[in-house]
Design a protein around this ligand. Structure first.
Ligand code: HEC
Length: 143
């Protein structure tokens, strides 16, 4: 009878202790299995905060480059009645309107010249800088 009791006690103890031990192991194994998933999420979040905005503002185009690409076609030759960049007298007469007015006209267009000389992607600031550049090339001090 004593022997039987000992077996029962041992069995009961083992059931709870061994089960608890086994359970702990399982949690550890599960935790290990889950760990990489957690890391992936952290890396994903990090990337999100480091990500650059999709629309990065481009650097303004230097006036000489813009002139060569977008304005020269008319303003070098005088095409369509455009004041030639080499015609100081023509620019002197126009500059009496003031730099702000010349720039505003170049932006909104004037007679045969379409708005911004047709450069839809040019900013107002770029056009302003290019008008200054053109006046300087013509030998006029922009005011
Ligand atoms: C398709 C030809 C053409 C292109 C391209 C062109 N222009 Fe002109 N531009 C003209 C003509 C024509 C005039 C004269 C308009 C008038 O007074 O009747 C003019 C006039 C101007 C004037 C004088 C405006 C005024 O108030 O007197 C400025 C400044 C000017 N252009 C700047 C530019 C700039 C800057 C560009 C390039 C971004 C450019 N133009 C591209 C044809 C052109």
């Amino acid at each position: 009878m004593k022997k039987a009791l000992a077996i029962i006690v041992t069995a009961t103890l083992c059931t709870s202790v061994c089960y608890a031990g086994h359970h702990r192991d399982s949690l550890e194994v599960i935790a290990k299995r889950l760990a990489p998933v957690g890391q992936v999420n952290i890396i994903g979040q990090k990337k999100k905060t480091e990500a650059k905005p999709a629309q990065v503002a481009r650097a303004p185009m230097p006036p000489k480059e813009l002139y060569d690409m977008r304005c020269k076609a008319c303003h070098a030759s005088g095409a369509a009645g455009a004041p030639k960049i080499s015609d100081k007298a023509a620019w002197e007469a126009r500059s009496k309107k003031g730099l702000a007015k010349l720039t505003a006209n170049a932006i909104k267009g004037i007679n045969a010249m379409s708005p911004k000389g047709g450069c839809v992607t040019c900013t107002d600031d770029e056009i302003g800088a290019t008008v200054k550049y053109m006046l300087k090339q013509a030998g006029i001090k922009a005011k």
